[in-house]
Ligand binder design. Structure first.
Ligand code: PAF
Length: 286
């Protein structure tokens, strides 16, 4: 099947109906484009779950704050479409802003408990924009499976929680973070790192990896692991840590004492003009 490009919702309805009437299952990978190997790996993973895979590319204005990089966000449609075709994606949905946010749009989805935590603290309104657009996309595409990268760990967990709380008929699946050879987590914004910043950015994953190793050797005190990562990163004054924390993998709550269950160590940091996020899971299977 060659990659089908779909812009309007009725064409998407026809695509979905032709699949469903043949009893075929659909998996969905929502993206904002500027695709990299992380997205491609989600498409490959999606193909293992379903008979057909659809991606969306939509740079969602409502998840960018006033001073953020909505206008500067990389837009590389021709390359993206070529990558999706090579990865064996069946269709790409390219809605425009008027389709997603028609005039007088006024209904929003929020997770009031977690929207101002972690990344939400530095990006007010971000998760309201993410949850709203993802719910809309899920309602439009109506897939059996939807895949999100674990690199955006809080986003993935909030989407999973939305699906649970709102009884969405979709299975949310997290895809492992894909890394550059030096360990840097792949991100559409990495292209904005200056050449001299690249090796510095890799220090974040080096610190996280050190924490994982220490965890594997039996350390269960979050403070000890956090200090280890902070030491690694603070050797590079160009990086300013925004948050560095260990949370419960599902609830994203802090541990009052030692870690008692599956955890994740999460970091956000500024390097030059860029905000970098990364995380690694800490559980007995890592
Ligand atoms: O992770 C992203 O690319 C976006 O936040 C998403 C999930 C596509 C919603 O716009």
């Amino acid at each position: 099947m060659t990659l089908q490009t779909i812009v309007e919702i009725p064409a998407l309805d026809a695509f979905r109906l032709s699949l469903f009437s043949a009893g075929r299952k659909l998996a969905f990978v929502p993206t904002m484009g500027a695709l990299h190997e992380g997205h491609v790996s989600l498409v490959r993973q999606a193909k293992q779950h379903a008979d057909a895979v659809i991606c969306s590319i939509f740079v969602n204005p409502s998840q960018f704050g006033p001073g953020e990089d909505f206008n500067r966000y990389p837009r590389t449609l021709t390359e993206d479409v070529a990558k999706l075709a090579t990865a064996g994606c069946d269709a790409v949905f390219l809605p425009n802003v008027a389709t997603m946010y028609p005039e007088k749009f006024q209904t929003w989805v929020r997770n009031e408990a977690l929207e101002n935590d972690l990344c939400g603290a530095a990006r007010p309104g971000h998760f309201r924009g993410v949850l709203t657009v993802v719910l809309k996309l899920l309602n439009i595409v109506r897939p059996e499976f939807a895949l999100f990268g674990k690199k955006d760990y809080q986003q993935w967990r909030l989407i999973e929680k939305m699906a649970l709380d709102l009884n969405l008929p979709v299975r949310i699946i997290g895809g492992e973070t894909v890394r550059e050879p030096d360990g840097l987590a792949m991100s559409s914004r990495n292209r904005y790192l200056k050449p001299e910043e690249r090796p510095v950015a890799a220090v974040i994953s080096k610190g996280l990896r050190a924490a994982v190793e220490k965890y594997k050797s039996g350390e269960r005190n979050p403070k000890a692991l956090i200090e280890l990562v902070a030491r690694e990163i603070s050797g590079h004054p160009a990086i300013k840590i925004e948050y560095l924390t260990i949370r419960d993998q599902l609830s994203l709550a802090e541990f009052p004492g030692v870690m008692t269950g599956p955890a994740v160590i999460l970091v956000a940091a500024r390097l030059g003009d860029l905000r970098l996020i990364d995380n690694m899971e800490l559980d007995p299977s890592v």
